[in-house]
Design a protein around this ligand. Sequence first.
Ligand code: SAH
Ligand code: SF4
Length: 392
Amino acid sequence: MTLPAPLPVAQPATPSLVGLTRAELGEALRAIDTPDREIRMRTGQLWHWIYFQGAKDFGEMLNVSKTMRAKLEAAYTLARPEVTSEQVSNDGTRKWLIRMPPVDARDRGAEIECVYIPESDRGTLCVSSQVGCTLTCTFCHTGTQRLVRNLTSQEIVQQLVVARDQIGDFPGMTPPKDGLIPSGEGVRAVSNIVFMGMGEPLFNFDNVGNAIDVLSDGDGLSLSKRRITVSTSGVVPEIPALGARAGTMLAISLHAVRDDLRDTLVPLNKKYPIADLLDACRHYPGLSNARRITFEYVMLKGVNDSPAEARELVRLLKGLPAKINLIPFNPWPGTKYECSDWDVIERFSDIVFNAGYASPVRTPRGRDILAACGQLKSETEKVRARAVLMGE
Ligand code: SAH
Ligand code: SF4
């Protein structure tokens, strides 16, 4: 009798330096016997080449000695995770499926989605913080995904590096010729980041915090913290901590003005009800009229879209420096919800507008490629299901 072939075990490839924090780069340098006195200087050099220049090859690093380059080359790569598919919407929105290499011998790798939304004066990258999400908001496609893991800070940062590669946003690169990428004096193709992809960022606090350090570092990727927004479904204890640790802009997925309804839409509300959530917001470090909190409110037909609810929303937020973002519900296969009718959204938005909140309805982008908020659900599950079927 012949024995079945052994199960293939995914081996982590030669590690990539792309996406590492300064401290991790220092460790990587130590591991190849770089003397202590050189670590700071060498880290600075790598930092510039990796994050400012977008280098893909150690050979480009001309101010690094040949011997050092050879040592780096032998132990590390500058590889990016693989983009397994790119979809471009007719409105210029791009959705990438990114395959992350395995983080350890038991992991078979993960796939996440990342979305780029160009506008005339800015380009926003919507990044994921987890593969899937442990929360189960009933209107969100990501919440139906069963397999979940935190992304490492490296994997979070790599999403921006991949995006800059794809749209030619590193020095010396040319943007794709479809004319939809914003450009011009002082305009970066990716100027803003929102943590509104897959996952609950405040359940992956340390990795998100470390990633924000790298994304906002002025010698590298250089995104201003005022242009980085972390969106949370309301992990109350971590909200002040986020302000203190990362100092980014904050968005709250509110979606309902009463606890009984929010308990069903955003089940985390049972643990952290609306009053506690708003109290945490009032104490968000750095909050001011110039640095408002965005409240997201998804418009669900016949569920949360009445004029009385619009008035209650305004009342709840009184005195809090806030912006309100009405999001037309983006349907996904199998959902029981529908998007509110346009006249209902307009009536809701008028009430909010008359209370002093400007242009609140978010234009749905990339709907034709299922790239809009809450529609992201990775292929990982399907891939794994296939692997099981194939007897891997
Ligand atoms: N987990 C975080 C961030 C990711 S979700 C959070 O919940 O805030 C980003 C935003 O998309 C949230 O406001 C979320 O409520 C919203 N969203 C989820 N599913 C949606 C859908 N199907 N249509 C419109 N918005 C949706
Ligand atoms: Fe998770 Fe946010 Fe989706 Fe809720 S809305 S399931 S918190 S990703």
